[in-house]
Design a protein around this ligand. Structure first.
Ligand code: ACO
Ligand SMILES: O=CC(=O)O
Ligand code: MG
Length: 527
């Protein structure tokens, strides 16, 4: 079989890429594109309409038209093999070394990330698929630049749960009928095509984390994609499993409906706190004081709106027999600095202790050295039980007003906070443009979600006439430029090295037109 009709490849064909970009796999992607891309675009347009309504004064609320779903009696499918005990999940990009380190880390699950932690550079997109396939075959190995050899352990490895890109992103290197394809469908389709049978042979399955959904209709689209793909590839219905990230403000009002749409394929929900915070800023960015957050690093999971969101998530999941998975504490341990390490371990322990106490069934860590802390905390609560689905949290009642109560968030808006947003935002973008989508900056994990908070916070303060609580200065474009000069001068290397990242940051943090996702213009600057 040659290149399927209507398919064009616009990216370089590196050594082993043809193993992934086979005519059969590309034909499958073309089918997915023709069947579902128009609906994807319609749903993106619906997001924009909803955002316009919020800008015009509407508020988010639970949907009247889906009350029957919330009031009905139904449960999601029982957990699939490898997804019963999820007390520790490590996340990270899919380069060979990280893949091996994550699978060997002792975590129960590895979230193999093509979203927040990944720059969708063509080499990462296809290289990641090769690494995943080789890892499942247990043939993956690599040598680091310093000569260290990496190979997979012989024993148990983490269950792989793959996170494709969100619905908003396209793949410009694979065209169907002259159109860019969807990043979500390309990532999902290639992984399913190459890995589903291999995973099933090993007693696991094709499992996914679904990012950045904004409504149950977007979950319905995923469910329809799953049904179609299972049929086409001859995989039994219900084999695919998906954990949905509740990480946008609108989705927090549709948790039940999202589980319901995916109930045959559901593996639960995750509290994606960083994108959630970004979405809170984004959706109400023009609505003044009621939705103005303090310094990014001052917003914690104990803020009233954050607590309402996580409490509702656990209650919703457990009522429906679905796992509730906690989020990411951003503190990164250090093997070089004992003080940084101690602080990170203590902060992560506190975070996981709160989650385990609240009823979560497991949680995320960003680094292998955090696996033992998370495991210890969940072991203490779960004991021999694989999860705590029996804690139904019937006492929890969360109202729309509680989810919307952003103004009670304690904290100040300071010059240090603004400087941090600018410095982190520019440094992160510089890394992203070099092809690395997750990086430690000032001892915190930064990825696309945390960088979105930084840039949207600057935009929000700037466009709502904020005066900083400490310096008394008004946030305006001149102040942002001056602080950028000062902050970039503190970084090692030549400030010119940051010129492109800085111009991109200003385009997404200062310009009047609010760009939906910083990765959209950033992707256009990539080869
Ligand atoms: C908001 C969200 O979506 S959160 C989920 C998305 N974000 C992520 O997944 C971030 C995941 N974490 C990371 O990428 C990394 O931990 C970083 C970039 C934050 C820090 O990485 P580094 O600077 O390399 O950390 P450090 O030098 O301490 O790493 C020590 C070792 O642990 C490994 N390691 C660190 N993090 C990970 C990880 N997440 N998965 C696998 N291995 C890892 C490193 O490869 C290194 O291995 P080596 O000793 O064999 O060389
Ligand atoms: O994807 C997770 C998040 O916190 O964002
Ligand atoms: Mg996210």
């Amino acid at each position: 079989m040659g290149m399927p009709d209507g398919v064009e490849l616009a990216g370089p064909r590196h050594d082993r890429f043809p193993e992934i970009l086979t005519p059969e796999a590309l034909a499958f992607l073309a089918e997915l594109h023709r069947a579902f891309d128009a609906r994807r675009r319609e749903l993106l347009a619906r997001r924009a309409d909803r955002e316009a309504a919020l800008a015009a004064g509407e508020l988010l609320d639970f949907l009247p038209e889906t009350r029957h779903v919330r009031d009905g009696e139904w449960r999601v499918a029982p957990p699939a093999p490898g997804l019963v005990d999820r007390r520790v999940e490590i996340t990270g990009p899919t380069d060979a070394k990280m893949t091996i380190n994550a699978l060997n880390s002792g975590a129960k699950v590895w979230l193999a990330d093509h979203e927040d932690a990944n720059t969708p550079l063509w080499e990462n997109v296809i290289g990641g698929q090769l690494n995943l396939r080789d890892a499942i075959d247990r043939t993956l190995s690599c040598t680091a630049p310093d000569g260290r050899r990496y190979a997979l352990h012989d024993g148990d490895l983490a269950t792989i749960v793959f996170r494709p890109r969100g619905w908003h992103l396209t793949e410009k290197h694979i065209l169907v009928d002259g159109e860019r394809t969807s990043g979500s469908l390309v990532d999902f389709g290639l992984y399913l095509f190459h890995c589903a049978a291999r995973l099933l042979d090993r007693g696991s399955g094709p499992y996914f984390y679904l990012p950045k959904l904004e409504s149950h209709l977007e979950a319905r689209l995923w469910n329809d994609v799953f049904l179609f793909a299972q049929e086409r590839l001859g995989i039994p219905r219900g084999t695919i499993r998906a954990t949905v990230l509740i990480e946008t403000y609108p989705a927090a009002f549709e948790m039940e409906e999202i589980l319901y749409e995916l109930r045959e394929h559901s593996a639960g929900l995750n509290a994606g706190r960083w994108d959630f915070m970004f979405s809170v800023i984004k959706k109400f960015r023009t609505r003044g004081r009621d939705f103005l957050l303090p310094d990014r690093n001052a917003v914690t999971m104990t803020a009233p709106f954050m607590r309402a969101y996580t409490e509702l998530l656990v209650r919703t999941c457990h009522r429906r027999g679905a796992h509730a998975i906690g989020g990411m504490a951003a503190f990164i341990p250090s093997r070089r600095d004992p003080q940084v390490n101690e602080t990170a371990l203590a902060k992560v322990r506190d975070d996981k202790t709160r989650e385990a106490g609240d009823g979560f069934d497991g949680s995320w860590v960003a680094h292998p050295d955090l696996v033992p802390v998370c495991r210890e905390v969940f072991d203490a609560v779960l004991g021999d039980r694989p999860h705590q689905l029996d804690r139904t949290r019937d006492e929890v009642r969360v109202t729309a007003a509680q989810l919307l109560d952003v103004k009670s968030t304690p904290g100040r808006r300071t010059e240090a906070g603004l400087r941090n947003d600018i410095s982190v935002g520019v440094q992160y973008l510089a890394s992203w443009l070099r092809g690395t989508g997750a990086v430690a900056i000032f001892n915190l994990m930064e990825d696309a979600a945390t960088a979105e908070i930084s840039r949207s916070q600057v935009w929000q303060w700037l466009h709502n006439g904020v005066t900083l609580d400490d310096s008394g200065e008004k946030v305006d474009p001149d102040l942002v430029e001056r602080l950028a000069d000062e902050e970039l001068a503190k970084l090692p290397g030549d400030p010119a090295d940051y010129a492109e990242a800085r111009s991109l940051f200003m385009a997404v943090a200062v310009a009047d037109d609010f760009v939906d996702f910083l990765t959209l213009p950033a992707y256009e600057r990539m080869p």
